[in-house]
Ligand binder design. Structure first.
Ligand code: ZN
Ligand code: ZN
Ligand code: ZN
Ligand code: ZN
Length: 581
């Protein structure tokens, strides 16, 4: 065990024996940034939902396209079709390694000259405004998603259909304004639920049907505000709520917030986990400090947004699955083995410091390669040449490290410096999970970019929209609506928004009023409903006399995502189980 000072935040952090074992296994030196700063550094390269208009640079193309790469950045950007075509040769951009220049400088030169893909998608049908959205169909403004159809304004969703305004949702249909839910149908305005149907305003409910305004329920029907009714009584009470009215929904949201506060809170959400710490975990084993991970995740540390088979991984995610022995990577998976410092790398092995490579092995510092082997900075070598060069390059990276403006040093074993990212801090998900102000960002040496004012001509104020969905007709899709926040909030307000035809159809199908906030503000409201990716050591707050701890207060200690100053009642697993099941 060793205590170190983080290069970035100057706080102490501990490298444990198991960590040293991992670093030795993958042959990297121990890190010089603390776990959180490593996470932030990686997230500074991950833009999920800031989209821009820019020109397509593919030869013969001149059209304006949607891209996650800001137009201010001097990059060569191809639309996805042109990028995936055989019309250009990624190896022709290769350069011989220059031992007189730091590695990261040479990598940036390659990055600035080679065609980049406008959006980070492989298969997207009629979903031009979706980014990092694999297998999406007829969807709009969805990101970090997989297998979605007719879904709008959502982030981190998989296998979702006919839904809108979701965040961290799995296998669901006809859902609206939900956070951290799965396997549900027609579930609205709910948080942390599983297998719920035809229900509204549920918190921590499982297997509930026809329930309204409830929390901590299991396998119930016809409950309202945690009170059991007959079917007829429930339906007649439900009919009294005008759920198509914005004012009614706003008041119910307020009441729901109160209900959540008064409910029982399990110290973290963990389902079928063994020896794991973190939050929102399902089927994990020996995972430490992991968040939002599900499906056979084993021996993983300091990682988040992982799914389906990840083993022996550190500092991984978002977007990692079917991967083994990976370190400081995101958007990397599907049969990956020993990849370090990579992003958008699929079906590949032994890849280091590379971006957007597919079906490759043994690459170092490469961009945009497909089915290649033994390349460095996109230049082809023989196996023998490659194996001779790699140790020399790593040595040179240590002798001639990259230094950023703040004096932080990047030798071999560090992720790409944030200042080389094409994104400003506030365009990336670093701002989602570690929000800071413009001043704080500049202080830390992160870039910040003010949103370019929308050129839309606002035609109606959100506050002047008819209260009820009943008074809305198709003409609303022609309006440009001023967001209630009008750009004055600290969230990523776009100032204005529109209602799409398909979106309006969904609202009518669900019977919900029109939103009054723009997409950026709505997303930020959802983010506030989740706990941070941090853990605090606390003890159980239960003093129930009928529990295993008898007359004494429960003394069970745990690592929880509820900070000590929060008002929620936080229980250990045993006390929670006794009360809720
Ligand atoms: Zn730090
Ligand atoms: Zn807004
Ligand atoms: Zn307890
Ligand atoms: Zn108890």
């Amino acid at each position: 065990m060793e205590t170190k000072i983080c290069q970035n935040c100057n706080n102490k952090f501990v490298i444990e024996k198991e960590d040293f074992n991992f670093y030795e296994k993958i042959k990297v030196p121990p890190p010089t940034f603390c776990p959180e700063c490593r996470n932030v550094r990686r997230l500074c390269w991950r833009n999920e939902m800031s989209l821009f208009k820019r020109k397509c640079d593919a030869p013969g193309h001149d059209e304006i396209i949607i891209s996650f790469l800001p137009p201010e950045e001097k990059l060569v950007v191809y639309d996805s079709k042109a990028w995936w075509s055989d019309g250009w040769d990624s190896l022709s951009y290769g350069k011989k390694y220059d031992f007189s220049k730091p590695f990261f400088k040479q990598w940036k030169d390659l990055r600035d000259n080679i065609p980049l893909q406008a959006l980070s998608n492989i298969t997207a049908t009629n979903s031009d405004y979706c980014n990092v959205a694999e297998a999406s169909k007829d969807s709009y403004m969805c990101s970090a998603s997989w297998k979605i159809e007719k879904t709008f304004y959502s982030n981190r969703i998989t296998e979702v259909k006919d839904s809108s305004d979701l965040y961290i949702i799995y296998r669901s249909e006809l859902c609206y304004e939900d956070v951290l839910c799965s396997d549900s149908y027609r579930l609205l305005y709910s948080l942390n639920c599983k297998s719920c149907v035809d229900s509204y305003f549920l918190y921590d409910c499982v297997g509930c049907t026809d329930c309204f305004g409830c929390s901590n329920l299991r396998n119930k029907s016809y409950c309202m505000w945690n009170q059991q009714f007959s079917r007829d009584e429930y339906l007649s009470r439900l009919a009294k709520y005008s759920l198509r009215d914005y004012k009614v929904i706003s008041e119910l949201k307020e009441k729901f917030r109160e209900l959540c506060l008064q409910s029982l809170h399990r110290f973290t959400i963990q389902i079928k986990t063994v020896n794991s710490t973190g939050d929102n975990l399902e089927s994990t084993k020996n995972c430490k400090m992991c968040f939002d991970a599900s499906g056979k995740i084993e021996d993983v540390k300091y990682s988040h947004w992982l799914a389906i088979d990840a083993k022996d991984a550190y500092d991984s995610g978002p977007g990692v699955g079917q991967a083994e022995l990976v370190y400081d990577v995101f958007d990397t998976g599907i049969g990956n083995f020993r990849n370090l410092f990579t992003s958008v790398v699929y079906s590949s092995n032994e890849i280091e410091y590379s971006f957007n490579c597919h079906g490759c092995s043994s690459l170092f510092g490469c961009i945009g390669l497909r089915s290649k082997k033994y390349c460095i900075l996109n230049k082809q070598y023989t196996k023998e040449e490659y194996e001779l060069l790699i140790p020399k390059i790593k040595e040179q990276m240590n002798e001639m490290p990259y230094k950023d403006k703040k004096g932080r040093v990047y030798k071999y074993g560090e992720f790409f410096p944030a200042e080389l990212s094409p994104f400003a801090y506030n365009e990336t998900v670093a701002q989602d999970y570690f929000p800071i102000t413009k001043e704080e960002a500049e202080d830390m040496g992160y870039r910040w970019r003010e949103k370019t004012k929308t050129e839309y001509k606002i035609s109606i104020d959100a506050k002047d929209l008819p209260d009820s969905l009943n008074d809305i007709d198709d003409s609303i899709t022609k309006e440009v609506i001023r967001c209630l926040h009008d750009g004055k909030c600290n969230d990523r307000c776009a100032g204005a928004y529109k209602i799409l035809e398909d979106e309006l159809n969904l609202y009518c199908r669900l019977g919900v009023p029109l939103p009054r906030l723009c997409f950026g503000c709505r997303h930020d409201e959802r983010l506030k409903m989740r706990n941070p990716m941090k853990l605090w050591h606390r003890s159980c707050m239960c003093d129930k006399k009928n529990h295993f701890h008898g007359a004494e207060k429960c003394k069970t200690e745990f690592e929880t995502s509820y900070s000590p100053d929060r008002p929620e009642i936080v229980y250990c697993e045993k006390c929670y189980q006794q009360e809720v099941y």
